[in-house]
Design a protein around this ligand. Structure first.
Ligand code: MN
Length: 244
């Protein structure tokens, strides 16, 4: 049986062809899979489950149909959709999994996470992450009217673009926005796994590593900008595939 992993679709109304590709993936490729894991940034932005977006409604229905057909769907929140809540998850029929989590995959433990936790060199982002994951901050944010929340999200995205442009100018973009190798090693050891699967950096690859004298693999999922990207795990097969 195949287990599927995807992340970083960044779905929104401005790229309807990607939403269509994802809905087709749910109807065709994902049917019959043992499970589908969505490791964050399914949506480009998420300001609350009460946002009546058409993209959100179409995705909930598509996921629900896959779940009803017998494939469980698990979701880890990303840095764009960290406010996706229990209401929406219930509507879609998917379960929310903590970031990070250890899951059993083909009889062996694997660590799954969005991936932003590994980018510890980006101290500005890590501070923002800590602030916005605070339940008190989230409750306060979600109590604001929808237009105010949408304005905040647009502002945060503009700030993030500015920060990335500054890193590019300074020539530190590649290292700061990628995972910190020492943090990766630490996670392998702390969770006692030989396989780690994450997204976030948009640098799809299967890295073979030696950590503490053990052979380990770190799989980085691809984004859904030029085309779709999916990781298939079946027996000993661990393969990243493009999707059109
Ligand atoms: Mn991300």
């Amino acid at each position: 049986m195949t287990t599927l992993f995807i992340s970083d679709l960044h779905l929104d109304a401005e790229r309807p062809q990607v939403t269509d590709l994802f809905l087709r993936f749910l109807r065709d490729d994902a049917r019959g899979a043992a499970a589908l894991y969505i490791l964050g940034d399914l949506f480009e932005a998420w300001v609350g489950d009460d946002d009546p977006s058409e993209t959100g409604a179409a995705v909930a229905q598509g996921v629900r149909e896959l779940v009803d057909a017998g494939t469980p769907v698990h979701f880890i929140r990303g840095n764009r959709d960290f406010l996706l809540g229990d209401d929406y998850a219930r509507r879609a029929g998917m379960t929310i999994v903590q970031d990070p989590s250890v899951v059993m995959l083909e009889g062996r433990p694997a660590l799954i996470l969005h991936g932003d936790l590994l980018c510890t060199a980006d101290t500005g982002y890590m501070a923002f992450r800590a602030q916005t994951r605070d339940p008190k901050w989230q409750a306060q944010f979600l109590s604001q009217p929808l237009p105010a929340r949408i304005a905040f999200a647009q502002h945060a995205r503009a700030q993030s673009r500015d920060a990335q442009a500054a890193l590019k100018n300074a020539g530190t973009m590649e290292t700061i926005t990628d995972v910190a190798p020492s943090t990766v090693d630490e996670y392998f050891v702390r969770y006692g796994v030989d396989l780690m699967i994450h997204g976030h950096t948009h640098r799809p690859a299967i890295h073979a590593l030696d950590v503490g004298g053990r052979a380990r693999r770190r799989v980085v999922l691809g984004d859904w900008y030029d085309h779709g990207s999916v990781l298939r795990v079946d027996g000993d097969r661990v393969e990243l595939e493009g999707l059109r």
